[in-house]
Design a protein around this ligand. Structure first.
Ligand SMILES: NC(=O)c1ccc[n+]([C@@H]2O[C@H](COP(=O)([O-])OP(=O)(O)OC[C@H]3O[C@@H](n4cnc5c(N)ncnc54)[C@H](OP(=O)(O)O)[C@@H]3O)[C@@H](O)[C@H]2O)c1
Length: 275
């Protein structure tokens, strides 16, 4: 009998993409290790035997080691790691506190690398595994007001390309998933951290478009997270998964922007973001 695929996902709080990915993997008969910083944010999964719920903070080495030990003790394997947890960082690069930029990179870049370094020895010993890194369309055509976030996601895209080649000899697939605009709590979370930013000096008059950038991906046409998750899971579970794919509202626009000459991209970016 085929053993069930064990999938570990970071950032599975209710209302976000991770939560829907957990549901979609479970719907495909996987055993899902749904992780989040707080178990209460996944309470709807609590009595469902398809889920093994664990508290995991991607910033903590201790937390990652503890969860991986628990999972390997319970299931003996991790087949798929999904690095989904992430934070936005809204504000002009010249004035965003360095500590906020560092927090963004710690969460979005060093968090996934911490998980990857912990799980690779196990996957390599079995000569199989899949590592899914969640990037962002905003890294394809970075505009103003979220430079730190876009740069962190560009780093995810870039390190995933290196990792894919480095892990090939060990039978491990690396998959970059690039969401467009997908419904989640990312805008609300961004506003909470934005409220802790200092008052802008040079950028006072741009306060309105800067603040509005927090919810840019959360419009009425945004792709429902459930739909995004189902399509992502279908791709990831293929025997030969795609190395890179983009799903979601505005993902085609972002792909076009990526290929446009910079002077045209700048005209569009300035118009869209009012600067
Ligand atoms: N939604 C979009 O349109 C969009 C577009 C492009 C890329 N993305 C990417 O998609 C991924 C999921 O985001 P989302 O849209 O679902 O946003 P979300 O609803 O805000 O979810 C983000 C998740 O990351 C978790 N997280 C944050 N810091 C963490 C940490 N230190 N350790 C563990 N978990 C942590 C959050 O946990 P808490 O609930 O505890 O804060 C939450 O579960 C992110 O990587 C994001 O950058 C989203």
């Amino acid at each position: 009998m085929e053993s069930r695929v064990v999938v570990l996902i970071t950032g599975c709080s209710n209302g976000g993409i991770g939560h829907e990915l957990a549901r979609a993997f479970a719907g495909r008969n996987c055993l899902v290790v749904a992780t989040a910083r707080s178990l209460t944010s996944m309470s709807d999964f609590q009595n469902d035997p398809r889920f093994f719920l664990q508290e995991l903070d991607v910033l903590s080495e201790q937390s990652v080691t503890h969860v991986l030990t628990n999972v390997l003790d319970k299931f003996g394997a991790i087949d798929v790691l999904v690095n989904n947890a992430g934070v936005q960082c809204i504000g002009p690069l010249a004035e965003v506190p360095l500590s906020s930029i560092q927090h963004t990179f710690n969460t979005n870049v060093f968090g996934p690398i911490r998980l990857i370094q912990s799980v690779v020895p196990h996957m390599a010993s079995r000569k199989k595994g899949k590592i899914v890194n969640v990037g962002s369309c905003s890294a394809l055509a970075p505009g103003p007001w979220c430079g730190a976030y876009s740069a962190s996601k560009a780093a995810v895209h870039s390190f995933s390309d290196s990792l894919r080649l480095e892990l090939k000899p060990f039978g491990i697939d690396v998959i970059t998933v690039v969401p467009g605009a997908v419904t989640s709590k990312i805008g609300d979370a961004a506003i909470v951290s934005y409220s802790q930013m200092p008052e802008w000096k040079l950028y006072k008059k741009f306060e309105e478009p800067i603040r509005a950038r927090a919810h840019f991906s959360q419009g009425p046409k945004s792709t429902p997270a459930e739909e995004f998750a189902k399509r992502t899971v279908n791709a990831v579970l293929k025997e030969k998964p795609p190395t890179w794919f983009s799903i979601g509202h505005m993902s085609s626009l972002a792909a076009i922007m990526y290929h446009l000459p910079l002077f045209i991209r700048d005209i569009i970016g300035r118009k869209l973001m009012k600067c």
